[in-house]
Design a protein around this ligand. Sequence first.
Ligand SMILES: Cc1cc2nc3c(=O)[nH]c(=O)nc-3n(C[C@H](O)[C@H](O)[C@H](O)COP(=O)(O)O)c2cc1C
Length: 223
Amino acid sequence: MSPKLKDFNELMNSRFSCRAFLTKEVDQKTIDQIIKTAQKVPSWCNSQPWKVSLLRRETKELLCEKLLPSAKQTFETPDINFPERYAGIYKTRRATCGWQLYNAVGVQKGDREGAGRQMAKNYEFFGAPHVAIITAPKDLGAYGVLDCGAFITAFTLAAAALGVSSIPQAAIAGRAPIVREVLNIEEDRNVLCAISFGFADTGHPANSFRTQRADLDEFVEWV
Ligand SMILES: Cc1cc2nc3c(=O)[nH]c(=O)nc-3n(C[C@H](O)[C@H](O)[C@H](O)COP(=O)(O)O)c2cc1C
């Protein structure tokens, strides 16, 4: 393997979705470096459609205060419809990573309350000191969202390269009206997700597992 690919794989392997953070803050210079690196991804016509709303501590606390009570309500109201269903292999993979998390944090099968408690941690941003809300212009449709997806991935990788852990959270987009109201998001933009980030609480059980990836023959074809 070439040294560059080895380095890249090491970076890819070091990233994981972090679900428990230390309170220590990331300095502004590091945050700027993450964003400046992430914005180097390609986008259709170089439109760079992502907008990054970084929450000040008070804003994060206010949003958290408004989101937490909504955790009891299962009905979600995202700007962009959530997946209709996960069937077949997608259902299997979803269940596998869900059980990895539940096993790690000690939620047993049938413990709906425990599962609900773990889900609600989304609305506390898993204790992360920093949250970025990512929005896309409605006019750019699915391809604008695709471009933002690239930005989100690059953000998590640039963060990992600087020792900063992160997690993209669509759960927050499920409460888009609350996010819109608290952050004053323009009507012509869709709320896509949050990225919570900071330093990982490495000893926390929620951070103790790593997800797997499929073999190439499951998804690569020569046609
Ligand atoms: C767009 C997107 C939205 C996600 N939303 C959530 C979320 O709301 N809550 C959560 O705990 N994890 C969320 N995740 C994390 C995924 O569960 C995670 O990426 C996946 O299980 C693979 O694990 P890894 O990131 O540790 O490699 C999201 C990931 C992506 C890319």
